[in-house]
Design a protein around this ligand. Structure first.
Ligand code: ATP
Length: 612
């Protein structure tokens, strides 16, 4: 497992506050109305503890007076008390209602933003480990963190309102009480800040270990991995690795928890001491009849409230610092530069629309060399060939010789190559890239198996024919899977795969034929097929190639083949080795040359030959 250890200092924690603008915009965009309503509700709720306190004090004083001399209106005090309680309950209900909805909207917005960003990335980004890691970090807990952070900010506001109101109340009694409370809370804030900081640094440095643990649990629950894990008896091996990671975490967590317990106990003792001292003062004044029973209640409550709300403000500030760093990961991902050209760059050059491409008539590689971004090794070197309409090229060669990379350049999935790629005789990048890619049908080596209906599995190759049964069945026929589809319980509407309830299970070869049908559902000029026969049995292979050849008669075709018998069908064979085209010609020409191709062909033939 990869991943670099992260060194995070307090400076970085403070720096991460710069994301607040973006976070606010994100929350605002989710629903400005809810944002304002919830903020107002939190502020109003901040006054509730003080109002309850004042109403209770008023009620007690009224009752005491009424009992002793009948001078006070108990009923109006009671009405105030009920009114304040109803006000608080009403606000809480409204807050719960809006919060539930708003939280959902924010989490939807975050997910949409992540997906929209992923859509703007290019293949170079998707194949880049650092980008993938950043994506994982950004996804971590992102569904709840932005909202939690928002409510914690509001919690700070809300508690500040409570704090200020109770402090004013106390100042009217004895101003220095507020100073004592402030000092004791400050002491606990700074001591706990130290522990929190240590805990945070540890949590952040754990990111790669978390990912590793996640990967083990992912493997143990993945249907595709089950067979190997069961037969190689890897279950306990992975489980032990998982357990070790969490056991190590636990040891460190226990140490931090003990430290926290020691400091918190000290703080609690200090708080309790100051609280007891001040409450003693209030009780003594009540005994000396300097204040009434109601006021005694009011002061005791105000002292406790001041202390708890100050504590909550500090706790929230600490936890906001912590959230900040996670949220930063989201914004780092959202602002990653993309290797994919923007739509504007795909379709315009110097402010003018690029040439519209009607059809691809030819594609030529002129001394093309290519190095993957972030690497040093040239994986294609001086590759040259020409492909015209009606022709079909087979690319053969050892593993890692650059065949798939060549198809990535042909389909314009990577830029930044040296040399020239010409389409219809003109540089590929002078054509409207959107239209160019629309004229290409592809089957990748690692083609997709969509856990969806047959209709979608084929129609995703050309959304225009999604409802055209005739065209979809025609595409299935072109890979010899038409009759199979017609015999399925719901024909084109049959669901495929394990994730869908009652999904039809297909074999590897059947999935591959579906993927080829998807490419053929697209009315393209150029078809690029990367080992389209890898999962096909010899009879199916023959049948599929027969059909592919018919279909490609008046198109441009490129296919990668490891089984050289299929390469015989091609008009030209490119033999690649170490990023270079080392031989080029028809099957007969290459056999005659008696070079690498001829040797590969003979080795393969020997393999299949049954010795008498
Ligand atoms: N995304 C990537 N980033 C960096 N290097 C890559 C990337 N993809 C492939 N390579 C490297 O480029 C070289 C050519 O890979 P490519 O996939 O084109 O080979 P191939 O001929 O298709 O192999 P195979 O027959 O095994 O499918 C390999 O050495 C591989 O390590």
């Amino acid at each position: 497992m990869g991943g670099t250890e992260q060194e995070i200092r307090m400076k970085d924690v403070l720096r991460s506050f710069r994301n607040w603008g973006q976070l606010f915009r994100l929350i605002w965009n989710a629903n400005p109305g809810y944002l304002i309503q919830i903020t107002v509700l939190y502020l109003l709720l901040g006054t509730a503890p003080f109002l309850t306190l004042a109403a209770t004090q008023h009620l007690i004083n009224a009752v005491v007076s009424a009992v002793s001399d009948g001078t006070r209106d108990v009923y109006s005090a009671f009405a105030w008390f009920v009114g304040v309680t109803a006000f608080q309950q009403g606000l809480t209900l409204a807050k719960t209602y809006y919060e539930g909805l708003f939280q959902q909207l924010i989490s939807n917005t975050v997910q949409e933003k992540l997906m929209e960003k992923a859509l703007t990335l290019g293949l170079a980004d998707m194949e880049n480990t650092a980008v993938q890691e950043q994506l994982k970090r950004a996804q971590q807990d992102m569904l709840f963190r932005p909202y939690q952070m928002f409510t914690q900010m509001l919690g700070v506001l809300n508690n500040l309102v409570t704090l200020i109101s109770t402090m004013l109340f106390l100042i009217a009694w004895k101003w220095w009480v507020v100073l004592v409370l402030g000092a004791t809370t400050g002491v606990s804030f700074f001591t706990i800040l130290r522990v929190n900081r240590e805990q945070f640094l540890i949590a952040f440095q754990r990111a790669p270990k978390y990912r590793e643990a996640w990967y083990y649990s992912f493997l143990l629950t993945l249907d595709k991995a089950f067979k190997e894990i069961r037969l190689y008896q890897l279950g306990t091996f992975f489980l032990d690795k998982f357990k070790t990671i969490y056991r190590d975490f636990y040891v460190v967590d226990r140490r931090i928890a003990k430290k926290r317990l020691v400091w918190s106990s000290g703080n609690q003792a200090l708080n309790l001491l100051s609280l007891a001292g001040m409450i003693f003062l209030a009780v003594r004044e009540a005994f000396q009849k300097m204040i009434g029973v109601g006021n005694l209640y009011g002061y005791v409550q105000a002292i406790t409230l001041t202390q708890t709300s100050a504590q909550t403000v500090f706790d929230n500030v600490l936890s906001i610092c912590q959230h900040n760093l996670y949220i930063e990961q989201l914004f780092v991902f959202l602002s990653l530069p993309s290797s994919e050209p923007t739509l504007q760059r795909k379709t315009t050059v110097n402010g003018e629309a690029k040439r519209p491409l009607e059809t691809i008539e030819s594609m030529e590689f002129r001394r093309v060399s290519f190095t993957y971004p972030g690497t040093k090794r040239e994986v294609l070197r001086d590759v040259s060939f020409t492909l015209r309409r009606g022709e079909c090229i087979a690319i053969v060669g050892r593993n890692g010789s650059g065949k798939t990379t060549l198809t990535k350049l042909m389909t314009q999935l990577y830029e930044g190559y040296e040399g020239e790629i010409l389409v219809n005789g003109e540089p590929a990048d002078t054509w409207d890239m959107e239209r160019l890619q629309k004229r290409i049908g592809v089957v990748f080596q690692d083609f997709m198996q969509y856990e969806m209906s047959v209709r979608l599995n084929i129609g995703l190759g050309n959304l225009d024919v999604l409802d055209d049964d005739e065209k979809l069945l025609h595409a299935s026929d072109s890979t010899g899977i038409g009759d199979f589809v017609r015999n399925l319980p719901k024909q084109l509407n049959t669901d495929l795969g394990r994730w869908v309830v009652k999904g039809e299970q297909l074999s590897g070869g059947q999935w591959q034929r579906i993927a080829i049908a998807r490419a053929f559902a697209r009315d393209a000029d150029l078809y690029v097929l990367d080992e389209p026969n890898s999962a096909l049995d010899p009879i199916a292979e023959n049948e599929v190639f027969e059909k592919i050849r018919n279909l490609l008669q008046d198109r441009l075709g490129v296919f990668i083949a490891h089984r050289l018998a299929s390469a015989r069908f091609a008009d030209m064979i490119l033999v690649m080795d170490n990023g270079q085209v080392i031989e080029q010609g028809t099957h007969e020409e290459l056999m005659e040359q008696n070079g690498t191709y001829a040797e590969m062909y003979r080795v393969q033939n020997n393999l299949y030959e049954v010795k008498a």
